[in-house]
Design a binder for this molecule. Structure first.
Ligand code: NAP
Length: 438
């Protein structure tokens, strides 16, 4: 058993939902890239979350196997190196159910008590909230516009009105407590992570001198359509396309988190007051994994294989977003986690704050690409030249009005989400189930 690393030479990463799909791909890729790119005296502490122990054990076993694979490969080039590499990776598992706000608080408290700092939190877990597929429409659109319909599908059937289980226990005497509804997809994809980010901001802010600001990476999608998001139904309980709406909310809030107009809310959210020698304000980054074949859309196994083949065909037809495998889908999130701060800062200074997606060429070489956002373009510049790459056929040019609307909605979302956070914390405390986070 190797010695636990000290905070100075360890890089702490938390990945949510790491037992399947992209979460597992992110963990595996992170191990690989960290060992290849970071100095030999640096260690990786990878903390993964799953909903139960069985899934956690299986994920740890898969990541250990990945570590052994990386070591075997390195050993062939440099005999003896594998022992050194093995000692640089520490794996730990934790429980998290994003549909339970108390579970979010419990994990945050545990991490605050047991981890010296966090460098990166990758908010990956999520659900689709779809109930099935409109098959006639799927066949028609795939056969008539293969690439477009498999990248921006219009054939998924989404549930309406799904809500998370009650968060508060019955009051004394057994009567039900009044509590606001929490949209299930909204809570799993956004609100649970939003609270987690708030509670862990203190760990993300802790810095030793040579280090960079902690990063909170939010996961979006190519399907974060403007039309699915309604300020009057921010949780998308009353309408269809709750998944797409939750991803639009993610885009709106991540991008506008850097604007001066949201600073008061963001500072409150990140519990950040003053820069000091030992702290730096964490940054929120936005990523998406392109189109990856994962269990997020449950399909009967024959159809699942067929969908994988459809995805490969899309790539061979020239789709840059069909990364297909989880290892390649993880490229954007892992790049955002490991990139030098100076590189990220230079790119943002040159081209504005953006959304970073996993992309691929026809030969299967993956890379990270900026992705267009409705109302923000690629970097929020009104005069930016539209890029042809990976553009939705429904995309509209960025105008002053569309950008103003985007920014206004982002500001409103920050105000509303902060209100909801404080309200829920109060309710949990009053019901006696809230975890003290001071
Ligand atoms: N696949 C794609 O093409 C694609 C495209 C764009 C964006 N994304 C995003 O990528 C992320 C990962 O998706 P995926 O495709 O890898 O899906 P996936 O294979 O279904 O993985 C989702 C993960 O989230 C976990 N999760 C679900 N509900 C949770 C909850 N209430 N609390 C805690 N964990 C929960 C799942 O755990 P359980 O196993 O316990 O359910 C699983 O580990 C999602 O945010 C998704 O929106 C995916």
């Amino acid at each position: 058993m190797s010695e636990a690393p000290t905070p100075e030479n360890a890089f702490y990463v938390l990945v949510t939902g790491a037992n399947s799909g992209l979460g597992l791909g992110i963990g595996a890729r992170l191990i690989d890239e960290f060992l290849q790119t970071r100095p030999q005296d640096e260690s990786l502490v990878l903390i993964i979350t799953t909903r139960d122990q069985r899934k956690g054990d299986a994920a740890i076993a898969a990541l250990q196997e990945q570590l052994r694979k990386v070591c075997r490969k390195a050993e062939k080039k440099l005999p003896g190196v594998s022992q050194l590499l093995q000692r640089r990776v520490f794996l730990r598992q934790e429980r998290l159910d994003l549909l339970s706000l108390v579970s979010v608080q419990k994990l945050s408290k545990k991490l605050r008590d047991t981890v010296p700092k966090l460098d990166v939190v990758i908010c990956n877990a999520g659900i689709g909230g779809w109930t099935g597929i409109n098959w006639p429409r799927a066949f028609k659109t795939i056969l008539t516009s293969w690439k477009t319909s498999t990248t921006w599908p219009t054939f998924k059937l989404s549930a309406v009105g799904w809500t998370a289980k009650p968060q508060l226990p019955p009051a004394a005497g057994g009567s039900k407590r009044e509590e606001p509804l929490l949209g299930e997809v909204f809570c799993a994809n956004f609100f649970g992570h939003y609270l987690l980010g708030h509670y862990l901001a203190r760990l993300l802010a802790k810095r030793s001198q040579r280090e960079t600001p902690g990063r909170l990476i939010w996961t979006s999608s190519l399907e974060a359509y403007e039309h699915t998001f309604n300020m009057q139904d921010i949780q998308c309980i009353m309408q269809t396309e709750a998944y797409e709406s939750s991803k639009r909310l993610t885009d709106l809030m991540a991008i506008t988190s850097r604007l001066p107009s949201t600073e008061t809310h963001v500072n409150k959210y990140l519990a950040y007051e003053q820069p000091s020698e030992k702290t730096a304000k964490p940054r929120i980054y936005l990523s998406h994994p392109g189109i990856t074949h994962t269990p997020i859309m449950p399909l009967f196994f024959v159809l699942d294989y067929a969908w994988r083949l459809v995805c490969y065909i899309s790539r061979w037809l020239g789709s840059h977003w069909h990364v297909v495998t989880v290892d390649k889908g993880a490229v954007a999130a892992v790049w955002l986690a490991l990139a030098k701060q100076s590189i990220l800062d230079t790119m943002e200074q040159r081209e504005g704050v953006g959304k970073w997606g996993s992309a691929i060429d026809v030969w299967g070489n993956e890379r990270v690409e900026r992705t267009e956002i409705e109302g923000w373009g690629w970097g929020g510049e009104l005069n930016e030249t539209p890029r042809k790459f990976g553009r939705s056929p429904y995309a509209k040019a960025l105008t002053r009005q569309s950008k103003e609307k985007f920014v206004r909605e982002g500001e409103q979302c920050w105000a509303e989400l902060e209100r909801m956070r404080v309200d829920w914390e109060r309710r949990l405390d009053e019901a006696g189930v809230g975890v003290c986070m001071d």
